[in-house]
Ligand binder design. Structure first.
Ligand SMILES: [Ca+2]
Length: 297
């Protein structure tokens, strides 16, 4: 009887461990193909401009296979640090961190990176508000990240350089698991004799992607190196225009819309300052250790 009980115990331990192994395998098999996962992570087209994608398979325990977690400001998660603020969506086994809520999209700022989205609309070469301009003319090198609706095997970019062209020196593409892969580079900028150009670098490596990063040697190509639009050519001959854009800096930042949360925090800070001032006027001191005890006269 005792032996039977022991055998039963062993059998149940075996069953439990088999079960957890099965569950792990089931979890692995439920990971969607990455292009489908990307669509799901947009939460019905609600989010755009992917900033980071981090692998956190263990979060499936808490969030199952999908979670629209909303706007987050924390900058660390597990072993990951320096994460950008944004809208977090979990699609097993990744967190996707998006910059934009599409339906809250503000008007395009003059010279903002959002001017790069859509078809070219800068008719004439020159310093035009309908193109992206970096924060300074030559103060630093810059980059421009462009995102497209549909991942394709990327073949080339059509870069509409509408002011001081020739600064593009490197292009990378992000794989659907967020690895940055170099697809084109040259050692030096090449300034054309024309005031603008459509630059069409063809890639030297194959990547399935919908997100690319264009690096500009802005510091050594004098003046603002403005870009109006960036088309993505697929190996299948398709051409897409960017749906979102992100940049190292922008001249358009002066008119940037505040995040409503930042505005709320600012209001609260003002309120705290006002209250502090009132307290001080009433004879309460705000210094370490003094608490709220009024000074002795
Ligand atoms: Ca420049």
């Amino acid at each position: 009887m005792r032996i039977f009980g022991f055998a039963l115990l062993i059998a149940s331990i075996l069953l439990i461990s088999l079960d957890s192994g099965d569950r792990l395998r089931a979890q692995e098999s439920k990971a969607l193909p990455l292009d489908k996962a990307l669509i799901k992570a947009r939460a019905g087209g609600k989010y755009g401009m992917l900033l980071r994608q981090i692998k956190m398979a263990e979060d499936a325990k808490q969030f199952s296979d999908f979670e629209d977690f909303g706007y987050r400001t924390e900058t660390t998660c597990g072993d990951y640090t320096n994460l950008p603020r944004g809208y977090w969506v979990y699609v097993y086994p990744y967190w996707y961190i998006w910059r934009d809520r599409i339906n809250e999209k503000e008007q395009k700022r003059a010279w903002g990176p959002e001017q790069v989205t859509g078809k070219p609309d800068t008719a004439e070469a020159g310093d035009q508000q309908t193109a992206w301009a970096s924060g300074t003319q030559d103060g630093s090198d810059e980059w421009l990240m462009v995102e497209y609706k549909t991942p394709v095997w990327a073949y080339a970019l059509n870069i509409y350089e509408t002011y001081n062209p020739g600064s593009v020196v490197r292009i990378t593409a992000f794989t659907l698991d967020d690895r940055e892969v170099e697809v084109w580079r040259r050692a030096h900028p090449a300034i054309p004799s024309t005031p603008g150009q459509i630059f069409r670098p063809a890639f030297t490596s194959r990547v399935l992607t919908n997100r690319l990063k264009v690096y500009l040697a802005s510091s050594i190509v004098p003046g603002w190196n403005e870009i109006d639009a960036v088309g993505l050519r697929g190996e299948d001959g398709s051409l897409q225009w960017a749906t979102s854009a992100h940049a190292s800096s922008t001249y358009g930042v002066a008119t940037e819309q505040l995040d409503p949360r930042d505005e709320k925090i600012r209001q609260l800070e003002d309120e705290v300052r006002r209250l502090k001032a009132q307290l001080e006027r009433a004879g309460f001191k705000n210094s370490p250790g003094s608490g709220t005890v009024p000074p002795i006269k």
